[in-house]
Design a protein around this ligand. Structure first.
Ligand code: UD1
Length: 426
């Protein structure tokens, strides 16, 4: 199992190019199931979740070409026939977003057989809202042997009000409603840029969607969708992670190929902590030449501070002077990184949904364990400022969502290397 070995203390200097957004690419790949014509997606990130989705779609009978060139990362998906509209437990258990195929399959094939995701490291993460919404669209749903079976002759438009804001739930139902008969109005939708990106692809495929990116989305159902070409938006979480890396290490980083409009809340919070940034149309420069100050942070649905940046923010808070209270409002069990940060010398107390971080702590390198994707990122950030060497185990979590993170960090001066099995430091 791969590990990352990081020696801290080097300021990061130079340019980092941001990849396409994993969380936009995943629903866009699922959307290709809605048509029998080819869908071409550009700016696909080279991460493991994309490979898992390729396997998932291929197992159903879709042709999926996936290529990572120097100039562009692209996938062409053609779901001409879908012999097996199914998602097995083997694939769903490694990537919860696999449930994104539920809506498209039932809309296109009239049947979907998809494994329930089960528990995951960052909380229960049920899919009841996906199921309730599909039922509103006329699907018959049964659950047996850990699988959801959804059937429908043709879905019909409906009013759907989400009890709780859900990103993939909004995306799943948005895709299903494109092929339903009549109009669907969805209220209390997720407003994440990834939802708007999916809608842009669907509209390019012939769907009639308005309001994506706001809390009310209207979809006029059509009988057929066609192929399209679409470029995935930049990854705002990867951008945010590198911005914090620049700030933490006292570096000077130019983060290019990003969309600063999607980073407004993150940049405002970082400014509160004393981080200086300058923003251009598609880049952010971060200069880490000021001492950091503590600032409380609450995770919220977009446009609030993203839960996917909470762990990275906590790493920053360990280096800020004073007490920062970090409140996690989206997931109930998303503080696993705190235990590992403590092992590196951080001062963090967990009280339910709140983490009280007392800074500034001198961090020291240690052997630590990554527990989930974003937790791994926070350990990388902490390691970049820790004294001595940190060995991060289970980096496969990181590989799910960050494209070649060690290469990108190394190119701006980080002392980082990937190794196979090694002994912990003495
Ligand atoms: C997506 C993102 C993930 C991010 C999360 C929150 C993708 C592929 N993943 O995950 O990176 O951390 O949004 O921004 O885009 N819930 C229910 N019932 C449901 C669905 C969700 O109770 O049917 C709850 C969840 O347990 C959680 C909250 O709603 O507490 C938000 O979850 P949701 O927005 O659905 O997260 P994902 O879409 O899985």
């Amino acid at each position: 199992m791969d590990k990352l070995v990081i020696r801290g203390g080097t300021p990061l200097l130079g340019t980092v190019r941001i990849s396409g957004a994993k969380n936009a690419a995943l629903p866009c790949m699922a959307a290709a199931l809605l048509t029998d014509e080819p869908v071409i997606l550009e700016n696909i990130p080279q991460v493991r979740d994309i490979e898992t989705t390729r396997k998932l779609l291929a197992a159903m009978g879709a042709d999926v070409e996936l290529g990572y060139g120097r100039a562009n990362h692209r996938t062409t998906i053609c779901a001409r026939t879908l012999a097996a509209p199914e998602a097995s437990y083997e694939l769903v258990k490694t990537m919860r977003a696999s449930t994104l195929v539920l809506g498209p399959l039932v809309a296109r094939c009239g049947r979907a057989h998809v494994s329930l995701p089960g528990g995951c490291a960052i909380g229960a993460r049920p899919i009841d809202l996906h199921i309730k919404g599909l039922e509103r669209l006329g699907a018959k749903i049964t659950q047996e042997h850990g699988y959801v079976e959804a059937t429908a002759d043709r879905l019909h438009g409906a009013e759907i009000v989400f009890d709780k804001i859900t990103v993939t739930g909004t995306e799943d139902l948005l895709m299903a409603a494109t092929l339903a008969e009549g109009e669907t109005v969805m209220q209390n939708c997720a407003r994440e840029p990834e939802v708007a990106d999916l809608a842009a692809l669907l509209n390019a495929m012939g769907a009639k969607i308005t309001g994506a990116g706001t809390s009310t989305i209207r979809i006029k159902g059509v009988s057929k969708l066609h192929g399209a070409r679409h470029r995935i938006i930049p990854d705002r979480i990867e951008a945010g992670t590198f911005i914090i890396a620049g700030a933490l290490t006292g570096g000077d980083l130019n983060i290019t190929g990003c969309d600063p409009a999607h980073l407004t809340t993150i940049l405002a919070k970082l400014e509160e902590t004393g981080v200086k940034t300058t923003v251009k149309t598609d880049s952010v420069r971060v200069m880490g030449d000021q001492p950091l100050r503590a600032a409380d942070m609450n995770t919220e649905e977009y446009p609030g501070f993203p839960t996917d940046m909470q762990a990275q923010y906590m790493a920053l808070a360990t280096q800020a002077e004073g007490t920062s209270i970090v409140t996690e409002n989206i997931f109930e069990n998303r503080f696993m990184h705190a235990q590992e940060l403590l092992r590196m010398g951080a001062n963090i107390k967990i009280e339910g949904r709140r983490a009280i971080v007392q800074g500034k702590s001198a961090l020291s390198g240690a052997a630590v364990l990554a527990s989930d994707l974003r937790a791994s990122a926070s350990l990388v950030l902490a390691a970049l400022v820790a004294d001595g060497e940190t060995i991060i185990d289970r980096v496969y979590h990181l590989d799910r969502g960050y494209e070649k993170i060690e290469e990108k960090l190394k190119a701006v001066g980080a002392q980082i290397r990937r190794v196979g099995n090694i002994l912990p430091p003495r």
